[in-house]
Design a protein around this ligand. Sequence first.
Ligand code: FES
Ligand code: FES
Length: 214
Amino acid sequence: MSEMDSSDSPGTTVTFATTHSSWSRRDFIKGVIASGVSVSGMSYFGAGCTTPLPAQTGGVERLLSLTVNGQVRRVDVLPGETLAMTLRYKLGLTGTKLGCDRGECGACTVLIDDVNYYSCSTLTHRVRDREITTVEGLESPDGTLHPVQQAFVDELGPQCGFCTSGQVMSAVALLRANPNPTRQEAREAMAGNLCRCGAYNHYLNGVMRAGSEA
Ligand code: FES
Ligand code: FES
């Protein structure tokens, strides 16, 4: 998996910055420190969603235009707000899950310019000029599931389902970069997405099925 601003995942070594981005863990931490805002979810929720605040704080423009699932969305974003918080609690896109909220589990995975990233470890202000895709943006207008979603259903990937949207996003990113991965390549690409239900082989089967049907 390619993670932007993510930390190590069990069983694999992942870098905080991807080869696709110059962003790094240091950039993320510097951004948060500069903002003077805690990365705690509750602090966002409390300050960002329930308390009216002026449009600008400390010279940082807060009213952003974000391109999400092909639509431009105007949203008021705190200086140190993570993309996961913006998507879930400002834009109502709750398909993106928050598990650890610290770059370890992959539940919050979204695509940024077709690359999978941990949205809990990505500052929203850093993606204002990027194309963001969440799991809500994958299916066709008529409701037809994305091939990866359908393959995961066919292979019985989702158990409790909490990790599923993150697994889907990482699989989509993989197949866009490498439409015919080997099983080992797929296993490595999905290593940043944990599944407490242990459905790893089901998800892998789904990735391979979607790749072969693409
Ligand atoms: S990696 Fe983002 S919620 Fe766990
Ligand atoms: S399906 Fe339950 S955590 Fe993965």
